[in-house]
Design a protein around this ligand. Structure first.
Ligand SMILES: [Zn+2]
Length: 332
């Protein structure tokens, strides 16, 4: 059995043999950037990323094209004795997992970045590849997080929108500008409900379209919402000056955190729906079953809880930052 691919975790995730960082927060010489959310991005000298996400990074963060190494999904890339492959992560449009194979002995590693297993309406369907080592995000790594199907949650959102319109209110869907907003737009478009988007969200939607996403041309919000139309804008934005002419708004937040008690009050919205771009607890377990790893490291969210659950299921699983690392250190 080959030795595991080396991993250092001191200042983020680093693969010394491949000289490659994985979604580091601080600027590095060469890093894989899994997707376009800000908590996974920094201005690295060289950025390995998916071809669609390379476009999103250019638009969103003004990244100089010479710093980008865009890789097509499923297309091998050679680096320092490793074969690298990117697979869709299903999180948001362009999001990728990275799979490395050490050529001299065939050792493998998969880093998921943010991902979901269920197919959404806008992101590419996730593809899992077997690997000896799995590094996975566990944002919703507790058994209480079981999301309804996209059909169920879309139905609830559309009910909310239609009821608001019937009541003479303006339905407002609060969604982050990259990912959730495009998902909301796709849900409304399928139901032939028109929407206007705040400028930043419209810009990201256009960027996704340019990168290949099947989305309609966005209509930009310019201070008023036409009749029988929905507004899509980021959370907590309605108090801003540019929204003061929105007539009788009725708000809903779209977030996986809807499944936690009191979520609607925390977000201060009239409703909240569990539309998530992350895997729920069964989805996380399914990812492990598909990858069939020999060891698992958990990052983000309920890392220790999920690693504990995996050990209960006889996996060699540890959180990357948790106190169980002490146990891991004693073990090796
Ligand atoms: Zn993300």
């Amino acid at each position: 059995m080959p030795e595991p691919i080396q991993l250092e975790t001191k200042d983020g995730l680093y693969l010394p043999e491949a000289d490659l960082w994985l979604d580091p927060h601080r600027k590095k010489s060469c890093a894989f950037v899994s997707h376009g959310h800000a908590d996974h991005f920094a201005r690295h000298d060289q950025i390995l990323t998916s071809t669609p996400n390379a476009h999103l990074l250019r638009v969103r963060y003004n990244v100089t094209p010479t710093r980008l190494v865009p890789l097509n999904f499923h297309q091998p890339h050679q680096r320092k004795g490793f074969t690298i492959l990117l697979f869709p992560a299903g999180h948001i449009y362009g999001s990728a997992m990275i799979h490395l194979t050490r050529k001299r002995d065939g050792a493998t590693l998969l880093y998921t970045g943010d991902f979901k297993v269920r197919r959404g309406l806008t992101a590419e369907e996730s593809v899992f590849r077997r690997a000896d080592t799995l590094i996975m995000e566990t944002t919703f790594g507790k058994p209480q997080f079981v999301f309804p199907t996209i059909t169920e949650v879309s139905g609830d959102i559309l009910n909310f929108v239609n009821t608001a319109l019937e009541d003479g209110a303006t339905p407002v869907l609060h969604a982050y500008s990259l990912g959730k907003a495009q998902e909301a737009l796709a849900i409304l478009t399928e139901a032939r409900l028109p929407a206007v988007l705040n400028p930043a969200t419209a810009k990201m939607t256009t960027a996704c379209r340019e990168a290949g996403a099947g989305l309609p041309q966005p209509v930009v919000f310019k201070g008023t919402v036409p009749p029988d139309t929905c507004l899509i804008c980021p959370p907590n934005s309605l108090h801003k000056e540019e929204y003061k002419h929105v007539h009788n708004p009725r708000t809903a937040m779209l977030s996986g955190w809807a499944l936690t008690p009191g979520a609607r009050f925390r977000y201060r919205t009239d409703a909240i729906f569990p539309l998530s771009d992350h895997a729920d607890f069964p989805g996380l377990l399914e990812a492990v079953n598909r990858v069939r790893p020999k060891r698992i490291l958990t990052v983000h969210g309920f890392t220790q809880e999920f690693a504990t659950e995996l050990r209960r299921l006889n996996h060699d699983a540890w959180s990357i930052d948790g106190e169980d690392q002490l146990e891991l250190a004693l073990r090796v």
